[in-house]
Design a binder for this molecule. Structure first.
Ligand code: FAD
Ligand code: MLT
Ligand code: ZN
Length: 496
């Protein structure tokens, strides 16, 4: 979908006017909860952070942002929107990567950022109940003080919100250990499109009384309601964490090491991430752009890298296990070189080799981002086929000599999730037409998913058929129609 061919504004929705702003203000307790260029309470510049996305790829034209401070205020605003046919976009930390959190036209943005408190925590069950607008890192920091951990971690933790993560069903860096949010979320509080509050904030682990309704909202990307509260099961924080990174010479070896890791480190394994030499080179390139001279990490660099993290409760036992395993790998033919973090600072710096890839892709050019899943054995074929296609079309040449600077592959090996990023000098329809729908056709051929963890948003809404059947899409449309008969919630996206 090109930016120039985004759907036209639908005239089913009313346009917001200055008098509407007055009405909205009466609904909320604080005047600072409504920001609008229509009454001069905000400038266009003030609204840029809400209208534009993290990658600066999607640009909405909303003139009004509401920042409710309670579930009741969200409910009043939604009731009013329902009565007045106003389209809305729920927004969390605005770190989504598929254009789901920004308006396409002039939709009202409802930001959850002022709804950010812990409601309760039970140290026996480990159940946290919190407002949806809490920043992930703050929720995890709160839990850390109590010896617990939030069962989700990702590079955007400093900005993304726990509600936004539930709305996208984010996967992240430790899904391998703690599983998907479909398993750890125990309950939700949601404001429905007509303003009704659904209190589904259960703290029970087991409850087989009818349909499990909360599951519909996990990964619903703001299409059927606004999540305002979350109840989530949080595990104990491990007292001992270790990190090692290895260089390898082939993707086949990455798979071998993954199997070996599961055999040897099974119960303490908490992450298994991989990245290729092009990703590593991109991070080094960004560090140089920042004026840093990147430190040498490996004696012998490779075509691939894996990061292994262990977390357990017995430091001595875990260290011994990991050290023996590192020795086993180093004496085998499977790895070229390896580094085992000696302290927390080194562990952070090894993690940053992996976590900085996203930033490097976006800072060094315009990143066409594809978040795909297939059987792990077939994942890297997608990167190789894409490189071959872009080379054949004359777009990828030498070291940043073509319109495309780099094609990188990295991701969550343990989850069969590849991030294929094509870093171009600038966004262009010509490049996009070479990539799409080719990329989706490759994935379909392998029986994979065109969106493993980032969702559909505006970017992938038209392509859902590459992964889902006609019958599945029909059922989804019926669900959307049932919750949101006026189609007010996050229009033009997700299910279109
Ligand atoms: P937003 O971006 O604001 O919104 C995302 C979607 O959810 C939108 O459709 C929005 O309308 C909807 N939404 C937001 N809040 C609510 C709510 N309260 N109720 C209903 N709908 C809502 N994703 C992964 O899965 N794994 C990763 O490892 C990962 N790493 C990332 C690293 C970086 C540096 C960045 C920038 C992003 C990364 N992401 C990752 C993308 C990921 O989708 C987001 O970080 C996160 O899930 C979105 O949270 P958010 O609060 O920013 O939501
Ligand atoms: C990651 O795993 O780093 C994220 O999903 C973000 C990205 O794909 O760039
Ligand atoms: Zn990811």
């Amino acid at each position: 979908r090109h930016a120039s061919t985004l759907p036209q504004r639908s005239d089913r929705f009313n346009k917001l006017t200055k008098s509407h702003i007055g009405e909205l203000r009466k609904l909320v307790g604080s005047s600072s909860s409504i920001l609008s260029t229509l009454d001069g309470s905000a400038t266009e510049d003030d609204l840029k952070t809400y209208n534009n996305d993290w990658m600066n790829k999607y640009h909405g034209k909303s003139q009004v942002v509401a920042r409710p401070r309670s579930t009741e205020e969200v409910s009043k605003i939604m009731t009013w929107c329902y009565e007045n046919d106003i389209a809305v976009v729920p927004q969390g930390g605005n770190t989504g990567l598929v254009g789901g959190s920004n308006p396409i036209h002039d939709e009202l943005i409802i930001s959850l950022s002022s709804l950010n408190s812990v409601r309760s925590f039970d140290p026996v069950s480990g159940v946290l109940v919190a407002d949806a607008g809490m920043v992930l890192e703050s929720a995890d920091g709160y839990l850390a003080e109590k010896g617990f951990i939030y069962p989700l971690d990702l590079g955007a933790k400093g900005s993304c919100q726990i509600g936004g993560c539930v709305a996208t069903n984010a996967g992240g860096l430790r899904l391998l250990r703690y599983g998907s949010l479909h398993g750890s979320v125990l309950g939700l509080e949601v404001v429905l499109p007509d303003g009704k509050i659904w209190n589904g904030l259960s703290t029970l682990r087991k409850d087989n009384t009818g349909f499990d309704l909360k599951q519909l909202f996990i990964g619903s990307e703001g299409s059927i309601g606004i999540i305002t509260g979350i109840s989530i099961l949080c595990p104990r924080r491990s007292s001992s964490t270790n990190v090692a990174v290895f260089s390898l010479s082939s993707y086949e070896d990455v798979q071998k090491v993954f199997s070996e890791t599961k055999t040897h480190l099974g119960e303490i394994l908490s992450a298994f991430e991989f990245f290729d030499a092009a990703s590593y080179a991109l991070v080094r390139r960004m560090q140089k752009h920042h004026g840093e001279e990147p430190k040498k990490v490996f004696e012998q660099e490779g075509d691939f890298y894996v990061l292994i993290e262990t977390s357990g409760s017995n430091a001595e036992h875990d260290e011994e296990k990991l050290t023996n395993f590192v020795e086993h790998l180093m004496t085998s033919e499977m790895v070229l070189d390896g580094v085992l973090a000696q302290d927390t600072t080194q562990a952070h710096s090894l993690w940053s080799l992996r976590e900085l890839i996203t930033e490097a892709c976006t800072k060094l050019g315009a990143a066409f981002k594809y978040d795909l899943s297939t059987a792990p054995g077939e994942m890297y074929d997608l990167v190789e086929q894409m490189r071959a296609r872009l080379t054949e079309k004359g777009l990828l040449k030498g070291d940043w000599e073509g319109d495309v600077g780099a094609v990188v592959g990295f991701g969550h090996m343990g989850d069969g999730n590849l991030h294929l990023n094509i870093v171009a000098k600038q966004f262009s329809e010509k490049i996009q037409d070479v990539i799409e729908p080719f990329v989706y056709e490759m994935v379909k051929e392998k029986g994979g998913s065109i969106s493993a963890e980032h969702g559909l948003g505006s970017m992938k809404a038209p392509y859902i058929g590459y992964t889902k059947s006609e019958t599945s899409i029909e059922m989804m449309k019926q669900i959307k129609q049932m919750f949101d008969p006026k189609g007010l919630m996050n229009p033009y996206k997700y299910i279109v």
